[in-house]
Write a protein that binds this ligand. Sequence first.
Ligand SMILES: [Zn+2]
Length: 201
Amino acid sequence: MSKHFTSEDWIDYVRELQTPAQAARMKDHLDQCDECQKSFRLWAAVNSAAAKDLDYTPPGDAVRIARSLFEPAKPQSFGGLVAKLIFDSAHQPMTAGVRGSVSICRQLLYQYGQRFIDLRVEGHPTSKEVSLTGQIQQSIGQPESIPVALCGGQGTIQHTETNSRGEFHMTFVPEQDLHIEIDMNEKKIRVRVPEISGPGN
Ligand SMILES: [Zn+2]
């Protein structure tokens, strides 16, 4: 199988910015790669949600709902460089494909400056643990691996780092006020970890 395409490639693909030859190569790959299917579906949904707005600004309602969900009512020490939520599959009826599946999955996209961070959180039907898969969109000059930490009210819970494609993965029991810290050139970018409600909740 040919190598995976990056988020940047898929963004260009859904926006039809590529040469026909490249688009054809990507379509061939898409037909045989589940991983790239997921990425493609995310970006296609984001692209639709953004309508024709090149700034990826979601419709007002989605923004309002996302704010009420993601910004705590009480001020807390979540300051600093916080990535902005720009897409949440929980608010997109068009991603209904993920509903009704056995595991509960929520997919989100965050933006910090020129950088996109996508998160997929999956609950397991038989355990309290959730699985978090993230990808920091690759950009030129990005290091081979980027340290990523999962943090809660009591400090750091676990550490990992991205692979060379900017991906990382963690499994943990959810608690309140979780976020991840992405260590980017000594700046720590914070991304809120979404809650996921499973059948047991
Ligand atoms: Zn692939």
